[in-house]
Design a protein around this ligand. Structure first.
Ligand code: F0G
Length: 458
């Protein structure tokens, strides 16, 4: 019998210290930060699970490629290596580099969004939604009903509801400039979309003459889920599954800070020549010349190498297993988590754990703050703070109140994760004592980044 333990397919090459803090110090730090985890100094955080974006460890090959980076303003070899690596997996005609994913979204939405238009997605990520709305268009989330039930097991909870998409296209097809599908569905629990579902979306897009774009930040994790869960896919190379996914779409936006295994970067890729020309002109206004976008040549090289590593099966097997280990540990400790566990993160169901805190007192936020105070763990609310504010300034509960424990790639060890499970279990054991929060200051959009809070007196 081969050994059952799935190990990290790497050893540690350089280390960064963690700064230990006491609970009293953390209470003071979070008070100073207006009870907003984004406003903390990261040195006051012990285990940082705020995001898996740009926070992973690069490989020694990537660091070597950083040294090879060529900073020529135009036509650098780094650009050609980057373009070729992207096209290996996503053979779209045009690749437009950007400093990160949201810049690609901004450019695409500036070109295609307008008042009166509506953009469907399985679930918009917050920056995607904000960019759709900033262009004056409406952002519509059409994930399948199963995607709204945190306790329901379903292999592809990120799937688009094809019935709802068809109804939208039938009624308002001429107002829909593109259909987006987010893989994996981050705001819906890091859940994958099946190839079959993508084919269904493609068919509808063909029938109604609307282009299909992928928000492909976690494409490799999504492809691994397809390999594991979709019939007939189990023996295939992940890179081939990724190419199948790409072949169903007309374009993509990408954050290389996720499955690019890089600390910065992104791109917009598409087949439409005329639209690509318009997007490149927009790129030049804010990002830079089309052979570097908002990136240094060395970043382009780090991404090119990252794209070859992220589709390796040993890496993905370890990656998915380590996220699963966190989710399983929490589940076993009685902490309610979104099932099945996502690819890049485990999502705690704060509404289930804190039923005594009403959604408009932000149970997800309350739980995230308790995890920080108790154990120095920084997580992120994905719930009513993030999505509750309406465009007219009113507020209503988000469909779910979750806390995301996002796992940076190749960064934390199993004992770090065991510690996280311990802290979560301890906080869950006294959940009934946790109180809610109110917002004292907030900006009109993306309020979770900068809002200030105070505890609601109980
Ligand atoms: N789309 C999805 C699905 C994302 O998860 C993100 C970023 C973006 C687009 C924007 O990319 O950050 O490079 O501009 N998600 C990070 C997160 C921030 O923590 O989930 P970006």
């Amino acid at each position: 019998m081969p050994p059952r333990t799935i190990i990290e397919p790497f050893r540690i090459h350089s280390v960064a210290p963690l700064r230990m803090t006491t609970e009293a110090e953390r209470r003071e730090a979070i008070g100073r930060a207006g009870y907003n985890l984004f406003a903390l100094r990261s040195e006051d955080v012990l285990i940082d699970l705020l995001t898996d974006s740009g926070t992973g460890a690069m490989s020694s090959e990537q660091w070597a490629d950083i040294q090879r980076g060529d900073e020529s303003y135009a036509g650098s070899p780094s650009w050609y290596r980057f373009e070729s690596a992207v096209k290996q997996l996503f053979p779209f005609s045009h690749v437009i580099p950007t400093h990160q994913g949201r810049a690609a979204e901004k450019i695409l939405m500036t070109a295609l969004g307008a008042p009166g238009r509506v953009v469907p997605n399985n679930t918009h990520f917050d920056t995607t939604r904000a960019n759709v709305e900033a262009a004056g268009a409406e952002a519509l989330d059409l994930v399948i009903a199963e995607g709204h039930d945190p306790s329901l097991d379903h292999p592809f909870k990120g799937n688009m509801d094809l019935g709802k998409l068809e109804a939208l296209l039938r009624e308002r097809g001429s107002d829909v400039p593109l259909v987006f599908v987010t893989i994996t569905n981050n705001s819906g629990g890091g859940q994958p979309v099946s190839l079959e579902n993508l084919r269904g979306v493609r068919e509808l897009c063909d029938r109604y003459g609307v282009p299909l774009y992928l928000d492909a930040c976690r494409f490799a994790e999504n492809a691994w889920f397809i390999r594991e869960r979709e019939q007939g896919q189990g023996e295939r190379e992940v890179a081939d599954i990724v190419r199948d996914i790409a072949s169903l779409a007309d374009g993509m936006t990408m954050s290389a800070k996720k499955d690019g295994l890089a600390n910065i970067g992104g791109w917009l890729a598409l087949n439409d020549d005329e639209l690509a020309a318009r997007c490149r002109n927009l790129l030049i206004l804010t990002e830079g010349f089309p052979t570097y976008g908002g990136l240094a040549g060395r970043d382009l090289d780090a991404i090119a190498q990252g794209l070859t590593e992220v589709v390796q099966h040993e890496y993905l097997r370890y990656r998915m297993r380590s996220t699963w280990y966190l989710g399983e540990g929490l589940h076993r400790a009685g902490v309610p988590v979104v099932r099945p566990v996502g690819g890049h993160a485990v999502y705690l169901d704060a509404r289930a754990l804190l039923p005594h805190v009403p959604p408009l007192q932000y149970p997800g936020h309350a739980l995230a703050l308790a995890l920080y105070e108790a154990g120095g763990i920084r997580s992120g609310e994905i719930g009513t703070v993030m999505f509750g504010r309406q465009t007219d300034g009113s507020e209503k509960p988000a469909p779910l109140d979750l806390v995301r424990l996002a796992v940076p790639r190749r960064t934390y060890t199993q004992s770090h994760i065991d510690y996280v499970i311990d802290v979560c279990a301890e906080v869950a054991g006294r959940a009934s004592e946790l109180g809610g929060y109110r917002i004292t200051e907030e900006p009109p959009a993306l309020r979770h980044f900068t809002a200030k809070f105070e505890p609601v007196a109980t």
